[in-house]
Design a protein around this ligand. Structure first.
Ligand SMILES: *Cc1c(COP(=O)(O)O)cnc(C)c1O
Length: 393
């Protein structure tokens, strides 16, 4: 029975029955002439989620990390300079991946809990008169700290000096949950995955790729085979895949897109905002603080919450798991032991969120946190109660 409990980790997310059923299929021949009829509409419909009409969508059997690797290896060469800010575990891991690929990584160190520093990006790019910086890399939603950065703002910072650098954005924990505008923000590669906003099992890196990024493939010298955009696009256009595709996941993605479009992308975003607000009301009710430094940075998909001085957040998440069989996100990197995370993205309702808040609240009281039982839940209840609108006749 315990497996009926939702997870409150910020990915992989809860998989609705409808998507589990859609993935429950017998093997089909991916070299059969009709496979492309399955694949092509899925790729096309993904563009609506990235909000791109000009770019292409490419799907690799991989995870978000593979998507990062695909983004840099198809567009850059060894020794190329890239500009990136470190403000959490995911931007940190992308930096590490770039360094291991022999890129010259110019890092802007920022406090964890802050967002992409548009002004510092603008400054670094303005100083780069010779255009040595080939790409600017940004994590849209820093899942470790619950911080959403302003991607339009970073684009303005790049355009302020008319800098030609590529703009590569990690939107793994934001796409399909919070507004994302690939064309409008002139994002060259947007990296997403199957296991967050798409509510699927892990196993696909889903990339939106601009024509500008595609045009750089012929100059990019970083080695790539599995992640080659050219091989993938040629195969997609004719028969299907350059190797064996993750068939069940592609069927799952078809159904996930159906669900998202039926609810309406904007409604999906407002549901996420409302759920996040409910969680934030609970955090205030407890008298605790978010890692995100200011409200403009608050993420609608994950909240990272500092535990009070003298407490260990790992004990809290372990206790919640051992006692109530509910998973919450642990503190990553600099946040280890200092913060826990509540993932509130994907297939979730306010009723499910209330169950998570009630659970972590019990766990905190069990461990003698200085909070009152019910204090967070009642704040979330008040918020949900007063913002609910009738969904059923
Ligand atoms: C989950 C996540 C990733 C990808 O991680 P994988 O485990 O490789 O799928 C990348 N970036 C962010 C911001 C994430 O939340």
């Amino acid at each position: 029975m315990f497996d009926l409990n939702p997870v409150f980790i910020p990915g992989p997310t809860n998989i609705p029955d409808r998507l589990r059923n859609a993935m429950h299929i017998q093997t089909r021949d991916h070299r059969a002439p009709d496979f492309v009829k399955t694949l092509a509409p899925v790729l096309n419909d993904c563009k609506k989620v990235f909000k791109t009409t000009e770019g292409e969508v490419i799907i690799f059997p991989a995870t978000g990390t593979g998507g990062w690797e695909a983004a840099i290896t198809n567009t850059l060469s060894p020794g190329d300079k890239v500009l990136i800010a470190r403000y959490g575990m995911f931007s940190h891991r992308w930096i590490d991946l770039c360094q291991r690929h022999g890129l010259d990584v110019q890092i802007i160190e920022c406090a964890w809990g802050s967002g992409a520093p548009e002004d510092l990006f603008a400054e670094a790019l303005a100083q780069d008169q010779n255009y040595d910086i080939k790409a600017v890399l940004v994590t849209h939603n820093e899942t470790a700290t619950g911080v959403r950065s302003d991607i339009a703002g970073v684009r303005r910072a790049i355009n302020a000096s008319s800098h030609p650098a590529l703009f590569l954005v990690d939107c793994v924990s934001s796409l399909g949950s919070m507004p994302f505008e690939m064309d409008e923000w002139e994002v060259d590669i947007a990296v997403a995955g199957s296991q967050k906003g798409f509510m699927l099992t892990t196993g696909m890196a889903i990339l939106g790729v601009s024509q500008k990024a595609l045009s750089l493939m012929k100059y990019a010298k970083l080695p790539r085979t599995f992640f080659d955009f050219g091989d993938m696009m040629r195969a997609n256009a004719s028969s299907g895949y350059p190797y064996t595709p993750p068939l069940q996941l592609i069927y799952g993605l078809r159904e996930s897109l159906n669900m998202i479009f039926e609810e309406g992308l904007d409604n999906v975003f407002s549901r996420h905002h409302r759920l996040a607000e409910g969680v934030r009301h609970a955090v205030s009710g407890w008298g605790l603080n978010l890692c995100a430094q200011s409200p403009d940075l608050y993420s609608d998909t994950v909240s990272a919450i500092y535990v009070p001085e003298g407490f260990d957040s790992n004990e809290l998440t372990e206790h919640a798991f051992n006692t109530y069989s509910v998973s919450f996100g642990t503190g990553l990197g600099e946040m280890n032991a200092k913060a826990f995370r509540i993932g509130h993205l994907g297939a979730l309702t306010d009723v499910m969120v209330l169950s998570g808040l009630a659970t972590i609240e019990m766990a905190m009281v069990d461990l003698n946190y200085p909070i009152k039982l019910g204090s967070g839940v009642v704040a979330a209840q008040e918020y949900f109660r007063t913002t609910a609108h009738t969904k059923r006749g």
